[in-house]
Design a protein around this ligand. Sequence first.
Ligand code: SF4
Ligand code: SF4
Length: 356
Amino acid sequence: MSAPRMPIESGVPDPFPYMHPLMRKNFGNWSWHDRPRPGVLHHVAKSGDAIWTVRAGTQRQMDLYTVRKLCDIADEFAEGFVRFTIRSNIEFMVSDESKVQPLIDKLNQEGFPVGGTGNSVSMISHTQGWLHCDIPGTDASGAVKALMDELHDEFVNEQMPNRVRMTTSCCQINCGGQGDIAINIQHTKPPKINHDLVANVCERPSVVARCPVAAIRPAMVNGKPSLEVDEKKCICCGACYPPCPPMQINDPEHSKLAIWVGGKNSNARSKPTFHKLVAAGIPNNPPRWPEVADVVKKILRAYKEDAREWERMNEWIDRIGWPRFFELTGLPFTKFHIDNWKGSRSSLNASAHIRF
Ligand code: SF4
Ligand code: SF4
C-alpha cells in the first residue's frame, strides 16, 4: 500500500534545528543579559553558559554572493549559525568572548556595520516592494538603504534617548507597521481608469466593495462595462488598484511620500500607539530620496536634543505637545494636520453591501 499523502506544512519552520547548540541547550533557562558594546548582546544562562550575539546591518534584499559571504563569515569567524531579525539585521552567535572582536572586524571590513541594539536607530523595517508585491508605489527597500547610509552613525552608536524604530511602506493600505518614524507612500490623485481593460481584468463588484468611501460605481463607457470614480469622494487610498490594475494610481509626479511619527508596537512603559502624520507631499525621488532624509534627520535631531532619557518618540511628543514638536523640528504645520473630518458615519464604507 502506498504511504498516505501528508499535508504540506507551510507555516513557520521549526527553529530548533537551526539554533546555535548553546541556545538549544539553554532554551527557556536564561538568567540575565547585558550589552557590552553597541551591536553586541551577552546572555548568561542559569547553567552558567554564556553566549555573545553580534548584530550587523544588511541591505536586506541580497544577491546570492552576499548571502554566501555572510555564511562564510559565520563559518570562519563565528560558529556556523546565523539568524535574521525582523529588521533584516543579521546576528552571529559565539560561545567564546575572544571571537567577538575578530568577527566585528571582519564584518566592518566587508561593509556590514555592527550596531542596531539598544538606544540606536536600528535598521528600518520595510515592506516587500517591487520584488514580492504587485502594488507598490515606491521602492521601500531603496529608501531604506539610502536613509541608513545617512544614519550610519546612529546605527553603530547608542546615543538616542531611547530606541528608534523606523518603518517604511510602499503602498498606503497594506503591510506597513507602526514606527517611531514611518515613511509611507501617499497618493494625491484619484486613479486613472483604462476603460478598455476593466471588463476583461476586473471583477467589478469586488472593486466597488473595496472602496472605503463608496466612490466607485459600475458604468458603461464606450459601450463596454467599466467603472467610474466620484473624484470628490475619493481619498486616493489606492485600495482599488490591487483588485483592478487598470485603475492605475501610481504616478511618478503625484505619488508622494509622507512621514508619520510616534507609533509604537510595544507595551513597555506606555501603551502601544498609532503614528501621526507630520510631513506630507514629499517628492518620491529615487535613488537617494534626499528630501525624505532631510525631514527624518530634522526629527531625529530634535528628539535627540530634547527628549529625556528613556523617552520614546511618542512619549516625548506627549510631554512637549504638538505645537512644540513642530517648533523644534522646524517642520511646517498646516491645516491638513488637523483631523476634523466628521463624515465617517455617513460616508465610510462600513457595510458589507455592494452598491450599484
Ligand atoms: S506595503 Fe503594500 S505595496 Fe508594499 S509590499 Fe505591502 S502590500 Fe505590497
Ligand atoms: S478605493 Fe481609494 S483610490 Fe480607489 S476610488 Fe476608492 S477612495 Fe479612491
